[in-house]
Design a protein. Structure first.
Ligand SMILES: NC(=O)c1ccc[n+]([C@@H]2O[C@H](COP(=O)([O-])OP(=O)(O)OC[C@H]3O[C@@H](n4cnc5c(N)ncnc54)[C@H](O)[C@@H]3O)[C@@H](O)[C@H]2O)c1
Length: 449
């Protein structure tokens, strides 16, 4: 990632484009519209509701992040996207069944005005869905041209100054990087030759990056984390990030595990299971799609409880993750964790977590923050992988060879320090002694005067 030199102001409209207008995307858009009208408070969003501390001792102060850094205002956001179903956003939100009808009805006019563009879709990557609202072109190179034309037209019609793209579509089947993903030249040849290893999500990402539109991967798909697209992001100076929004059970894991590590408590087992009944759950019911999610969720613990560093405490953790499709629960996911831990003299203890969460309620503010922060990154002239946004990801993308940070608190520290840096404030490395150091300095100066 290159270092910012100056910050372009956040004037004009920012278009947020989303492949996939399902539960997460509709909850995000409806939430922004509701917040704009003063119907609801945007809890869960750092850009709207969190504070940042700057200064030390007597000069210490807290400001809302949105007052501290120049972010695009909610009033200046416009929304668009693609889906394999033609439902407008009001219909899609009703179908997703996350938000209650009285709220949706107050937003009906604005939601219904947003209609999906025809998608690029391949059932080979998502076998449990079949939609008709897809582009007629079948050659991947031509599909990319169509997507670029969509982006251009959306920007013109909506008078956008800037754009960002956040993938909110389904999880694609698991696949590993192959030769076609290894360089931009190989990838572009593969587009012309319709290489089956190029997934639909990669086509959206390629189209976005070609047009200098920052791209975030909300699912665990293999996508912008391939060398070809990292190269394109560098070439076009475009910020990218991924992958897999950190919500629900994994969010809890990255809150609890740092606490156990902090107190040097041992862990020998962490069993996590979920029941989930939305369309995402249906997609993940296919083993090849669940595998993509499993890999993304599985790496979180080893990044925090490092068994090589401390084999006595974390050298033999049995970590197991399950997701079961259970329609009666809809979007209201229920997660259970059983954590087997041990303490002083190896005595065993257990922690049980029963999280009755709402998947899209946790994911929607993440979409908002990523859209605003990726736009900020671009205005600051930062390009490539935005590691400071690792806070939002289950499986944070890093520069090749670097290890991702999973601890939520370390991630927050990185994010806040980047904001301080952008605004010319000192980074926070407080020892909690600043107040006493100041008092000592005052006494010393009084003694010498
Ligand atoms: N909700 C969460 O907490 C959470 C957390 C992490 C990741 N995610 C991921 O976010 C994504 C969205 O979740 P959701 O609950 O909104 O799912 P959803 O099934 O409600 O919505 C996904 C939408 O994407 C559409 N779609 C599929 N393939 C497409 C394509 N190629 N182009 C355009 N549209 C396409 C589907 O028709 C569907 O409407 C999923 O991949 C999910 O795994 C969600």
């Amino acid at each position: 990632m290159n270092i910012p030199s100056s910050l372009v102001p956040a004037t004009g409209r920012l278009g947020v484009l989303m492949p996939g207008l399902g539960a997460v995307a509709t909850t995000f858009v409806a939430g922004v519209l509701a917040a704009r009208k003063g119907l609801a408070y945007p809890a869960g969003s750092l850009t709207q509701a969190a504070h940042i501390q700057t200064g030390k001792g007597a000069t210490e102060r807290s400001s809302l992040i949105r007052d501290f850094v120049p972010l695009t205002k909610l009033d200046d956001l416009v929304f668009g996207g693609w889906d394999i179903y033609p439902d407008n956003l009001y219909e899609a939100a009703r179908q997703a069944n996350v938000l209650e009808r009285p709220l949706l009805d107050q937003l009906q006019e604005e939601l219904a005005a947003i209609r999906p563009m025809k998608a690029v879709f391949d059932r080979h990557y998502v076998r449990n869905l079949s939609g008709e609202w897809v582009k007629e072109t079948t050659n991947k190179w031509e599909q990319v041209q169509d997507l670029m034309a969509d982006i251009e037209q959306f920007s013109l019609i909506n008078h956008c100054q800037r754009l960002v793209m956040v993938w909110c579509a389904s999880t694609e089947r698991y696949h590993e990087p192959g030769p076609v993903h290894m360089s931009l030249a190989a990838f572009e040849k593969g587009l012309h030759e319709n290489d089956p290893a190029i997934a639909p999500s990669m086509l959206y990402a390629y189209a976005a990056l070609k047009m200098r539109v920052p791209f975030a991967m909300g699912a665990p798909n293999l996508c912008v984390d391939i060398p070809a697209l990292e190269e394109l992001a560098r070439l076009t100076n475009t910020p990218i990030g991924g992958k897999d929004f950190k919500t629900g059970q994994t969010l809890m894991k990255t809150i609890i595990a740092p606490g156990l590590r902090a107190r040097a408590l041992g862990v020998n087992g962490w069993f996590s299971t979920n029941i989930l009944g939305n369309r995402d759950g249906l997609v993940l019911d296919a083993p090849e799609n669940f595998q993509t999610k499993e890999v993304s969720k599985g790496r979180v613990l080893e990044g925090i409880l490092d068994g090589e560093l401390s084999p006595e405490l974390w050298g033999d953790i049995h970590h197991k993750v399950r997701i079961e499709y259970y329609p009666p629960h809809g979007d209201n996911k229920e997660g259970w964790d059983n954590i087997d831990i041990f303490g002083w003299l190896g005595y065993k203890m257990q922690i049980k977590v029963n999280f009755l969460c709402r998947d899209s309620i946790l994911a929607a503010p993440v979409v908002l923050d990523l859209a605003l922060f990726l736009d900020l990154a671009q205005r600051a002239g930062m390009s490539g992988i935005q590691e400071w946004l690792g806070f939002y990801w289950k499986s944070p993308q890093t520069e090749p060879g670097a290890s991702p940070v999973h601890d939520l608190f370390q991630q927050l520290n990185k994010l806040e320090n980047m904001l301080r840096y952008l605004m010319g404030e000192e980074r926070m490395t407080t020892f909690g002694l600043d107040q006493y150091e100041e008092e000592t300095a005052e006494v010393e100066s009084e003694t010498h005067s």
